[in-house]
Design a protein around this ligand. Structure first.
Ligand code: SF4
Ligand code: SF4
Length: 372
């Protein structure tokens, strides 16, 4: 009886059955409980530049400062510098794994609905995009760009960036855009904004144009390390800093991603630039599905390339499909119609799973094997 009343009280538009409400509640509660407790004593260093890329921070203590510094130094000495494994086993990464497992289970079971999706996006955004529970750093953008900047300015890959970049690649290989679709906070906020009703959505925009811009960003970024080395060196000298820090500043100045890095918004430093970027992102997301992912993000570009070889994906049973077009009409993305049509180049599938329940013939599912 109480459960029924709870269901009645919590019904939201789009929820079809009490199962939807139960699922949503369970998902949100599980994620918050697991990840909140996991966040205690998080040891990820919140570095954002070469200069700050100091070894790992140790827990804060209530004791007096000097004592705690000594303890930290001793602990640091025993632990040694952080490695990729240090980060892969940190609490923030544990939260990534939890969300990824939940996502795969939901997709396999087909337990996807708009409220479930909204719940999961809110969880991802609050956990990773508000700097309250886990630090944003490194963002997917930083994990990609700074990984290579470290290599070219300091001569080695920094483990924190390597860990996140590697994890995003592995997740994208396990299931199409698993990281983008279920974990990335910027992806989540764009999708949440896109779900706001009452604004006309432009689903069938020119994906090739968007993708060309995205690929051009990626190519130009890579070329920075080879085509403008002399200019970067000259700028570093003019800056007059020691070689690594000067090179870092010079590469940062030359990075094509620097002026369009919307992840900067998630540092919540509210100034004029923040307001301009926020208006652009919210405005674009209201009418387009994940515009930043489709047009700019390097991880969006790389994971789109990986989509071709990833076996875990949304699949269509062409024997069951009656070509009614319901999936295309009711899904938020421009992708499912192209998948149904068997096109070889399709816009990004973020693996949201929303096309699965809308097919009246149950011809769409998530899986690892072709369905005919
Ligand atoms: S494409 Fe980039 S911004 Fe979009 S979800 Fe993936 S990592 Fe996040
Ligand atoms: S095809 Fe579209 S609706 Fe279906 S899972 Fe991919 S992004 Fe979501």
């Amino acid at each position: 009886m109480m459960i029924d009343e709870l269901h009645h009280f919590l019904y939201l538009p789009g929820m079809q059955t009490p199962k939807d409400v139960t699922l949503l509640l369970l998902l949100v509660l599980t994620c918050f409980c697991l990840c909140f407790s996991a966040s205690y004593g998080d040891t990820l260093p919140a570095t954002d530049s070469a200069a700050e890329a100091a070894p790992i921070e140790i827990h804060e203590h209530d004791h007096d400062e000097e004592e705690s510094e000594q303890a930290a130094a001793g602990q640091q000495e025993r632990k040694g510098p952080p490695t990729v494994g240090t980060f892969l086993l940190s609490n923030k990464f544990l939260a990534f794994y939890i969300l990824a497992v939940i996502a795969v289970v939901l997709l396999f079971k087909g337990w996807i609905s708009k409220p479930v999706r909204i719940g999961m996006m809110v969880v991802a955004f609050v956990l990773f995009g508000m700097e309250m529970i886990f630090p944003l750093h490194p963002s997917p953008m930083c994990a990609t760009t700074k990984l290579f900047m470290f290599r070219f300015t300091h001569g080695a890959f920094f483990p924190q960036f390597l860990a996140l970049f590697g994890l995003m690649i592995v997740f994208s290989l396990v299931a199409r855009k698993l990281f983008c679709g279920w974990i990335c906070p910027l992806g989540a906020i764009q999708e949440l904004v896109h779900k706001i009703p009452g604004v006309k959505k432009f689903k069938f925009f020119n994906f090739t144009a968007f993708n060309t811009v995205r690929m051009a960003f990626l190519v130009l970024f890579v070329l920075t390390f080879f085509a403008v080395v002399d200019q970067v060196g000259a700028l570093a000298e003019r800056l007059g800093e020691d070689s690594s820090a000067g090179l870092w500043a010079a590469y940062s100045a030359y990075s094509v991603y620097a002026p369009v890095n919307m992840f900067e918004l998630l540092h919540w430093q509210i100034d004029t630039w923040f307001v301009v970027m926020a208006i652009v992102l919210v405005g674009a997301s209201l009418v387009l599905y994940r515009p930043f992912c489709y047009a700019i993000c390097p991880i969006g570009a790389i994971s789109w390339l990986l989509e071709r070889i990833t076996p875990g994906r949304v699949r269509v049973d062409h024997n069951a499909c009656t070509d009614c077009g319901d999936c295309s009409e009711k899904s938020p993305c421009p992708t499912i119609g192209k998948i149904v049509d068997g096109k070889s180049v399709v816009p990004d599938c973020t693996l949201c799973g929303e096309c699965i329940p809308v097919c009246p013939e149950k011809a769409i599912s998530f899986g690892y094997k072709s369905r005919g």
